[in-house]
Design a protein around this ligand. Structure first.
Ligand SMILES: [Zn+2]
Length: 338
């Protein structure tokens, strides 16, 4: 009982980031019952203790994913300049719970306005919305035409494979961003997922991370850096041979991103993400009750205009930020990372 309460707390933290709190949640993190993931290498089963995983990450990806990893599939090129850049992305999560579902027309209109203003956006929709929203296919295709990407957001590990297939079946192009993750799930993401359509998927980019499933102070990651987490126990240790790139989202709000940009960080690629709630379509405020801030579409448009005037800022999606980091030499950024 205590453990399930902790898991619910963990999800509550995640949903603070996702910002629309459903009334109840079930979760199955850290469980070895994920049938979607193949077990091509000898790995020890996950223990029941979430903070002390004993699973060693496989050293090589045994399957070639049919959804091409964003970074691996991208041609590498020399860094375009030595000037440090702050990459600013935008994202919205939609939960399975209907209370978090956006009004389709309002959502499309919002995404049209912010992308026209220059923002690059991604949406992480959980399986309930993908399967239950009658206009999901229309929304995905319409927004992809605006440059919006569809990240793979789930609260149960096995749902990620379902989400990939569902987005494809709806006419969209699922990317390889693992959107929203609890610490204990990291080791399960090390192997490619088998898809029900016969393909495979491997998430090579990670965004939105909860460090501890206990709601303790500092549990929610607000890094602005990029690195490859060694494992869930040594999350802030960079593993040059790691297969998953963590993209920091910062404080998720306009003020945090603008402050970061104007602080001229010295790293080649630094990152901040603006997170907008799906129903009210406002930027989240991590310090506010319920996570709701007051900045809406007009404030985001003004923000985009200000940012586009800064020579050290690039507006990019989360996956484009990861790609830029690889192209700039995969140099660890952010002060938290060792
Ligand atoms: Zn979520």
């Amino acid at each position: 009982m205590k453990r399930s309460l902790r898991l619910i707390f963990a999800i509550t933290i995640l949903l603070t980031a996702c910002s629309q709190l459903p009334s109840s949640i079930t979760i199955n993190l850290g469980s070895p019952t994920n049938t979607a993931a193949p077990a091509p290498t000898q790995v020890a089963p996950l223990t029941a203790v979430p903070l002390q995983p004993t699973v060693a990450p496989p050293t090589a990806a045994p399957l070639k994913p049919t959804v091409a990893p964003t970074v691996a599939a991208s041609p590498t090129s020399a860094p375009k300049s030595n000037q440090p850049m702050v990459y600013i992305s935008g994202t919205t999560h939609i939960e399975t719970n209907r209370q978090s579902w956006p009004n389709p027309d309002a959502f499309i209109n919002f995404l049209r306005q912010v992308t026209t203003a220059g923002m690059k956006w991604s949406v992480g929709a959980d399986i309930g919305w993908l399967e239950g929203e009658a206009r999901a296919g229309e929304i995905i295709k319409t927004t992809e035409a605006m440059g919006v990407e569809w990240d793979i957001h789930a609260h149960q590990t096995s749902d990620r494979a379902k989400n990939v297939v569902k987005i494809k079946n709806l006419g969209g192009k699922p990317n390889t961003v693992i959107s929203g993750l609890v610490l204990t799930e990291l080791e399960e993401m090390r192997s490619p997922f088998k898809l029900s359509d016969g393909g495979t998927w491997f998430g090579d980019i990670l965004w939105g991370f909860t460090l501890r499933p206990d709601h303790s102070a500092g549990s929610e990651d607000t890094s602005t850096g990029l690195w490859k987490p060694k494992n869930s126990k040594e999350f802030y240790t960079h593993d040059p041979n790691g297969s998953i790139i963590m993209v920091g989202g910062g404080t998720r709000d306009l003020k945090g991103a603008e402050t970061l940009a104007k602080s001229n960080p010295k790293f080649a690629v630094t990152s901040a993400t603006i997170m907008v709630t799906p129903v009210k379509l406002v930027v989240i405020n991590m310090d506010a009750k319920g996570g709701l801030g007051t900045d809406g579409v007009n404030e985001i448009k003004s923000f985009a205009e200000r940012m586009s005037k800064l020579s050290n800022v690039r507006l990019a999606t989360i996956s484009q930020t990861a790609k830029a980091w690889v192209e700039a030499g995969s140099v660890v950024s952010g002060s938290q990372v060792k």
